[in-house]
Every structure is written in structure tokens, then in C-alpha cells.
Design a protein around this ligand. Structure first.
Ligand code: ZN
Length: 274
């Protein structure tokens, strides 16, 4: 599932292709996406037709495309398998294409999502959409030590679920939470409030894993590609995620994998004590 570095990589590769672009037509497949809801094509068409794209940005795991109509914009969530790409209209559309914006000049912005956990919506005020307004501070560029310490102190949730909760800190998913906890030597099940005094170390670790992943243009575990169709190179830089049974890079103890509510947690039982 694309997390902050993958979404940011898509944004960075989309931006030069989309800034200044104008949509001339909008097509949707009519199939249900996240929560089996189909995209509201009428609103999408009304807001994006003939509007110029003024910015492509990210908040948490959401891609926001601003239009030159007040606060209007388009929101895209890649879900598990979503891809957002700009391609020439003459190139064949991939299977599982669900939204297409035909751009003036002959390109198309295409949203492809085989597993259909992604989401696309348009709004007069894109930042006020509940999906965006409900997000906590962005893990890369908004959260600071004081804020993180206060959030930790107020929660008894295990650290792993605390960091996965987008309402507390936005952008992290399973891979980078495992990596950040390993780097800060914190056990995934430690209650958040017990780690409040370690907020600075945790934030340093979060930023370090995100920056490395961004420099590698994201992690392609299964099928992540950027807006140009390129895979990311970060899988080789992961220290614990996906390495169950392999030696810890710090102490050589075997990396352990546990299953919490259907998600794998990878950690070193020796480096990360409760
Ligand atoms: Zn270790």
C-alpha cells in the first residue's frame, strides 16, 4: 500500500506534467471504488472541466490537485493498488482504468486501480473534505517534537497503532512504522504514553526513514510505480520490514514477525525492548 514516500514520489513526477494543464473531458468507469462507492462524475466534471491545474500537492497519503476556481480541487487516494499517470491519449488504456481526464493538448490523466480500494473526489473546497480536514499533522513536514510528545502522552494505544492512525500523524503505513520503531529502538506494543519521553528520537527516526525512502523514490513491494511508470528502489534499504528470520542489521538476532489485526509487524526482539 503506498505510504507517504510513494505518494510524494507520485506527486513529484506528476507535477511537471500537470501544472497549467486544462481538462477538456472526464470519463469514469462507474464501478465502485473504496467502500463500493462510485466516483461522483457529475461533480468531478463540473469542477474540473475547463479549469486550469495550479498545484499538485500531498497531505498524508492523499494527492491534492488544485484548480484555478477558488478553493476547488481534486482528491486522490491510491488505496492498495491505485496508480495515477499522465499518458498520451493514443496509448491504450490499462485494464482497471476508472477515471480519465482528457487534457487539452492530447494527454490523459488516468487513475487505474485493480483492487479498487482507492478514491477520487472533487470539491469546491478540497482542504475542507472530511478525508483531508480530519488528518493529523503530516509526518514529513508538519509534526514537531512538542506536538508528537503531546500526542504520545495523551494515548494509551500501542505505538504501532498510534503511528498508523492518520488522525494523529498523517502519512505513515505499515512499512515505515516498522522501520521508524526499529530505528528508535521502541517496541511496537509499548503504550504510546510510555514513549512520550522518547518523542525526539522517534521523530528523528520517522524523518530518517521517510527521507531515505524518498531519495529511493519509494518502496515497490508489489506493484507501486510513480507517475512515469517507474518502480521505487527503497526495498533494499529496509532494515526490518519483510526480513523475518533474517539477522538484525544491528545485533544479528533474527528479525521477528508478528500479526496484529491482520497486519504484519516486523521488529528485533533484542533491540526493541518493551
Ligand atoms: Zn537487533
Amino acid at each position: 500500500m503506498p505510504e507517504l514516500p510513494e505518494v510524494e514520489t507520485v506527486v513529484r513526477t506528476l507535477r511537471p506534467r500537470l501544472l497549467g494543464a486544462v481538462a477538456a473531458a472526464v470519463w469514469t468507469s462507474g464501478k465502485g471504488l473504496r467502500l463500493a462507492r462510485p466516483v461522483d462524475r457529475a461533480v468531478l466534471a463540473r469542477l474540473s472541466m475547463a479549469a486550469r491545474i495550479t498545484a499538485v500537492r500531498r497531505k498524508g497519503k492523499y494527492i491534492l490537485i488544485d484548480l484555478d476556481r477558488g478553493q476547488a480541487g481534486i482528491l486522490v487516494h491510491l488505496g492498495m493498488s491505485g496508480r495515477l499517470r499522465v499518458q498520451a491519449a493514443t496509448e491504450p488504456r490499462a485494464p482497471h482504468t476508472h477515471v480519465v481526464w482528457s487534457l487539452v493538448g492530447g494527454d490523459e490523466l488516468r487513475f487505474v486501480d485493480p483492487r479498487r480500494f482507492g478514491w477520487v473526489a472533487a470539491s469546491q473546497n478540497v482542504d475542507a473534505l472530511p478525508e483531508v480536514a480530519g488528518l493529523g499533522p503530516d509526518a514529513l513536514n508538519e509534526v514537531d517534537v512538542g506536538r508528537l510528545r503531546a500526542l504520545l502522552a495523551a494515548s494509551r494505544a500501542p505505538l504501532k497503532s498510534f503511528l498508523l492512525d492518520q488522525k494523529r500523524v498523517a502519512g505513515l503505513g505499515n512499512i515505515y512504522v516498522c522501520e521508524a520503531l526499529f530505528r528508535s529502538r521502541l517496541h511496537p506494543r509499548t503504550p504510546a504514553h510510555r514513549a512520550a519521553s522518547r518523542a525526539a528520537a522517534l521523530l528523528r527516526a520517522i524523518r530518517a526513514v521517510l527521507r531515505v525512502a524518498l531519495a529511493n523514490r519509494g518502496t515497490s513491494m508489489r506493484d507501486f510505480v510513480d507517475a512515469e511508470g517507474r518502480s521505487g528502489d527503497n526495498a533494499a534499504a529496509l532494515l526490518v520490514y519483510g526480513r523475518a528470520g533474517e539477522p538484525c542489521r544491528v545485533c544479528a538476532a533474527p528479525v521477528r514477525r508478528s500479526l496484529d489485526s491482520g497486519r504484519s509487524t516486523f521488529y528485533c526482539p533484542r533491540c526493541q525492548r518493551r
